[in-house]
Design a protein around this ligand. Structure first.
Ligand code: AMP
Ligand code: ZN
Length: 478
């Protein structure tokens, strides 16, 4: 069964086929690093993470590029206001951005190009557009002539008739109704401070849209598979990216356009300008574990608006607890015996159901429902007869597999470090050599650190406030 994705341009679900068999090249518009990202931004990055992980799970190699917009109206305004050179101003914001990506378990893209490192490519692209007559110079800036590009508006559904001829727009972002020529290169102004580059068409700096065209083509080629962003990127940003890129190269640019709906608060888009935002660190400070935040951002289908509330976060924690019952049962399963047929069947069905849900435009709700169904089945089977070790191993294997996509099923093992695991193993060795006095000393020390030990035929079970785990000498990775 092919993967089916909703393409914004065609306004329907379409079968997905990459240009090059087996490899998907995708460009994801990244953070404008004038301030810390909010969880609305992360809603989009988690959707892109789900897309990336799902494609890999379904057998593709993925080359993902996420740009860092480190020069635009906002970054310049803020760095000037604070009197810090642009690169110095953005560096700590970028560092915190990567910390947040790690907190949320977002897999790293293959490339994170910063706009300021690719200005020569942008200049070359603008030069081509000037040569081909799609761009013109005015008052030290260069503008894209929207009326010259006949296909303008196909992505967003804007019509060329609504174009007000000859009216130019300088701001990187503008209202939907401002349907005008946009700046490719902005001639230097006093507000830009030190931020400018030399170009054949005068000193200045790139506009926001040309940055993404230049960086995507630099890393992925003139035509590539998927381009994504939040719905606010459709117009004007992505519309302008298409116009510039197709006009310059004559090639099709991105073949599939995917956009995630917004994270909203009381019906309004979460954004810096409305002041209704939380950062990841705000939520951690409120006591939400990282995987609960990831769960909330992941579990609503990407084309549906997501309303972030405390109730939703609480519900996410309860769902994770249900998932954890299965994992704990698998970890604690012990004793001999084969995998029961009913369980084997349930595992196969879950694996298949999970994959086909993702294949249908990343049907995350259905994929999760498949897992909850398995949780119930396993609970029932365990009531009939406790899970044996082989069943635990089979369950853990499936859980690990689907977690390559979800990135939240394996509980965080807070409170148990490698050092503690070593101590538990050491104690077991001492017990085996009948040195009970020393073994007991270790047990008491661990007790004082909040870790209880239970000796079972399967090994020692370490129990701490955040969870429990079997520790075996023979199995250093268990
Ligand atoms: P920006 O830094 O504003 O360029 O945004 C970075 C990414 O976050 C873009 O893909 C935006 O579409 C996306 N984004 C911004 N606000 C939200 C929101 N409230 N919900 C979902 N995505 C958002
Ligand atoms: Zn972009």
């Amino acid at each position: 069964m092919p993967i089916v994705l909703y393409d914004t341009r065609q306004r329907r679900k379409v079968p997905f086929e990459p240009l090059e068999a087996g490899t998907v090249k995708m460009y994801t518009c990244g953070q404008t690093v004038y301030d810390d990202a909010h969880i609305g931004n992360f809603r989009t990055y988690i959707f892109e993470d789900l897309l990336r992980r799902s494609l890999k799970f379904l057998g593709y190699q993925v080359v993902q590029v996420m740009n860092l917009t480190d020069v635009d109206d906002k970054t310049i305004r803020e760095s000037c206001r604070q009197g810090i050179p642009l690169k110095e101003y953005t560096a700590p914001i970028i560092e915190r951005f990567f910390e947040d990506l790690d907190t949320l378990g977002i897999e790293r893209a293959e490339h994170y190009p910063a706009a300021t490192d690719h200005v020569p490519e942008m200049i070359a692209l603008i030069q081509t557009l000037l040569e081909k007559g799609y761009a013109y110079q005015a008052e030290g800036s260069v503008y894209f002539s929207v009326s010259r590009f006949k296909d303008y508006g196909q992505l967003s559904g804007m019509s060329l008739e609504r174009l007000a001829k000859g009216v130019r727009i300088d701001a990187d972002e503008y209202e939907k109704d401002d349907f005008r020529d946009f700046a490719l290169w902005k001639g230097r102004t006093p507000e830009d401070g030190e931020v400018s580059w030399e170009a054949p068409f005068g000193r200045g700096r790139p506009g926001w849209h040309i940055e993404c065209s230049a960086m995507s083509m630099r890393y992925l080629g003139e035509e590539f598979d998927i381009h994504t962003g939040g719905v606010d990127n459709i117009f004007p940003h992505h519309e302008n990216e298409i116009a510039q890129s197709v006009a310059a190269t004559g090639k099709g640019f991105a073949r599939y356009w995917l956009h995630s709906a917004h994270l909203v608060v009381d019906g309004e888009k979460m954004s810096k300008s409305l002041g209704n935002f939380y950062t990841v660190k705000d939520l951690l400070a409120k006591g939400y574990p990282p995987r609960a935040i990831r769960y909330v951002l992941l579990s609503v289908h990407y084309r549906q608006p997501l309303n972030f509330t405390d109730e939703v976060a609480q519900a996410a924690m309860r769902s994770l607890e249900r998932f954890d019952t299965l994992y704990q049962a698998a970890v604690l399963a012990s004793g001999g015996g084969k995998v029961r047929n009913t369980l084997r069947e349930a595992l196969d069905n879950t694996r298949q159901g999970f994959a086909s849900s993702l294949q249908d435009d990343l049907g995350i709700a259905e994929a999760m429902a498949d897992l909850f169904k398995l949780v119930s089945t396993v609970h029932q089977l365990a009531q009939e007869k406790p899970l044996n070790r082989a069943e635990g191993v089979a369950l853990k294997a499936l859980w690990g597999d689907v977690d390559r996509v979800l990135g939240l099923l394996i509980p965080e093992e807070t409170g148990i470090s490698g050092q503690i695991l070593d101590a538990v193993r050491n104690r077991e060795r001492l017990r085996r050599s009948h040195d009970f006095a020393q073994a007991d000393r270790i047990r008491v020390e661990l007790n004082q650190r909040g870790i209880q030990l239970e000796d079972t035929t399967e090994g020692t079970v370490a129990i701490w406030p955040g969870g429990r785990r079997i520790v075996r000498i023979e199995d250093d990775n268990s």
